[in-house]
Design a protein around this ligand. Sequence first.
Ligand code: G1P
Length: 291
Amino acid sequence: MSQRIKKAVFPAGGLGTRFLPATKVIPKEMLALVDKPIIQYGVEEAIHSGIEHIIIITGRGKGAMEDHFDHSFELDTTLERRGKHELLAVSKQVASLARISYVRQKEPLGLGHAVLCAKDLVGNEPFAVILPDDVIDAEVPCLKQMMDVFEEKGGSVIATQTVEGPAISAYGVLAGETDPSNPRLFNTTGMVEKPKYEEAPSKQAIIGRYILTPRVMGLLEETKPGAGGEIQLTDAIRALLKEEKIYGYNFAGRRYDAGDKFGMLEATVEFALKREEFGERFRQYLKGLRL
Ligand code: G1P
C-alpha cells in the first residue's frame, strides 16, 4: 500500500513581476480573488484533500502571508468589542486552518530550488506540491483526485490539462500516451519545460499540482539551471522518470492562472458569479453592460 500524503509544499517566493505595481509591496499570493487571498484557495484545497502540514516557501517581503495565517490580536479584539461575531469567526477560522511551516528561499533560483528548500521538513515521505498561482475550481479537490491515483498506482502524479496550439509553450509538457483503461491517466515517458510549439511532445500541459516521491529531492540537488536559467522542477522530475513510474492526470475541474492579469480577471468574474450573497446581482450587472 502506498504511503498517505500528509505534507504539501507551496512555493511562494517569486517576485510577482507580472502584477506590478500591485506586487511592489504586497506578495502576489496575497492578492485577493473576490475577498480571499489567492494562496488561501490552495491551502483550503490541500486541507480538503486531507493534508495535515503545509510548508510555504517564502522570500524577502513575503511576511504578509505569515501574518495572514496567524491570529491577529488587534483585529480580533476590536471585532469582539464591536460585537462583529461573524467577521471574528472568519478571522479566527483563517488562523486555525492548518499547521503551517515557513522556509525562506534566499535567492529566487527557480521552482525546483524552491521545492528543494523544503527537503528537511518533507523528510523521507511522498509529498504534494501546490503552485498557488494555479487556482482550481473542482467538485472533488484536484489534489484529492491525484491522491486517489497515487493510492491506486503508487508512482508520482502530475496534474495536466489539454492545451491546444502555441499556448502550450508557456508550460511544462509531458511526453507519453493516454492509458487505454482511463482517459484521464497519462503514462509518462518524458517531459520538457516550456518547449517551442513545434517541439511540444503532446498537448498535456503540466498544471501546478504534483505528488512526488522523496527521491526527487536528491535529484533536485543535482539539477542544473534549465529553461530561463532557473533550476526547474520539470528537469528533476524527468530525471526521476529514469528510476520510477510517473503518471499525468488530466483532472476534472477548471483551472485559472491567477498569476496572470487576464486569468485573474476570468477567475474574479466566475468566482463572483458563484457567490450566494451577490452572485445574482453581479450577473444582472454584467448583463446590463453594453458589450
Ligand atoms: C510552472 C512549471 C511549469 C508548469 C506551470 C503551471 O511554470 O515550471 O512546468 O506548466 O508552472 O502553472 P511557471 O508558470 O511558474 O513559469
